[in-house]
Design a protein around this ligand. Structure first.
Ligand code: TXA
Ligand code: MG
Length: 317
């Protein structure tokens, strides 16, 4: 069921049931992070491997202090500047966070999401919410309640409707090793914004199955159809134009029928492009085309996060 009923959401979560929640990045599949029973259901519903840890969501820094052992000074600066917002911090976990949540890792990913409905829900609860993106593992993340309903609607009792996500790509994941700050996943807060605040950081978004950064599995965020990022001429030699769908940044391609083309942002806005990215990939996946061609954006600001998602979506499965 899709609704805005916070009372029902609260009741279900208190009873260890799962609720899909809106955030500014993507919809999350939420359960009580302190309950192994609820967390186990998250892995089962998403068909997610148990080596892939979950992010813990809360509504205040004060609450989050109870889940982590330490808050390095740079983490504090980032939290104060960007929370609520699209930033996840990896910090050493307290024992109260079940090992199931962190896949046995000593750190826990924490964040305060920026969505009024979900913040209200979190304020009512005396436990944090573990929530991965509310999509089957490996598929495109959902940015509307309808997206969640299409794939997980039968499996969960409630999808809290908070409209379309304002940012549209997942949170930026930041970890701390000794004195170093490392970005493990590019996301809604740009590298530039982070470096403006705390100086140079490392970006380590490896394409491996490294359990330390499993969000970086090479194939992820993927449509069912083949997504191609290379030279358009190459696929024009193999497919007739009407069988090709395109996802372009600002302008359509003259060789392809207009009906097959989606534009991320005519104004060339990275923010608008990010907001449209996953919904447009889904739309292309449903169109009667055989292959999707996508254009990469300039490698800066949110363009980097968008390109990261496109590359993973196009990787061989
Ligand atoms: O924007 C977001 O972060 C969304 C919304 C719902 O908050 N959530 C999200 O969750 O994208 P998920 O599970 O789809 O991606 C979280 C990524 C995973 O790839 C996981 O491997 C990584 O975060 N992660 C979580 N905890 C970690 C930890 N302790 N160490 C390393 N990576 C971690
Ligand atoms: Mg995900």
């Amino acid at each position: 069921m899709i609704s805005t009923d916070l009372d029902l959401a609260e009741k279900l979560l208190r009873n260890n049931k799962l609720v899909a929640i809106p955030t500014e990045t993507v919809y999350g599949l939420a359960g009580n992070a302190l309950s192994e029973e609820a967390v186990a259901q998250i892995f089962a519903v998403k068909n997610r491997p148990s080596f892939d840890p979950l992010i813990v969501h809360s509504d205040s820094l004060a609450k989050i202090q109870n889940f982590v052992l330490a808050f390095p000074p740079k983490a504090r600066l980032l939290a104060e500047k960007f929370w609520p917002g699209s930033l996840t911090l990896l910090l050493p976990k307290q024992a109260i966070i079940p090992d199931l949540v962190t896949a046995g890792l000593p750190t826990v990913g924490v964040r305060i999401p920026k969505h009024p409905l979900t913040l209200q829900l979190l304020q009512r609860l005396d436990f944090p919410l573990a929530a991965p993106s509310a999509n089957p593992f490996g598929y495109i993340s959902p940015t509307t309640a309808q997206h969640v309903a299409e794939q997980l609607g039968e499996k969960i009792p409630l999808i809290l409707n908070g409209g379309s996500c304002s940012i549209g790509v997942e949170s930026t994941i930041v970890g701390f090793a000794d004195e170093k700050v490392i970005i493990y996943r590019l996301g809604g807060i740009s590298v530039e914004a982070i470096e403006n605040l705390i100086g140079k950081v490392k970006v380590e978004t490896y394409s491996t199955s490294n359990p330390l950064a499993p969000g970086n599995l090479e194939s992820h965020y993927a449509p069912t159809k083949k997504l191609f990022l290379g030279d358009l001429q190459e696929i024009l030699q193999k497919y007739p134009p009407q069988e090709i769908g395109t996802l372009v940044f600002r302008e359509t391609i003259s060789e392809i029928p207009l009906a097959n083309q989606l534009i991320l942002s005519e104004q060339g806005s990275f923010a608008e492009a990010a907001k449209n990215l996953f919904a447009m990939l889904r739309k292309l996946d449903k169109m009667p085309v055989k292959i999707i061609w996508a254009e990469l954006l300039p490698e800066k600001d949110l363009g980097r996060a968008i390109n990261d998602r496109l590359r993973r979506a196009s990787a061989k499965r």
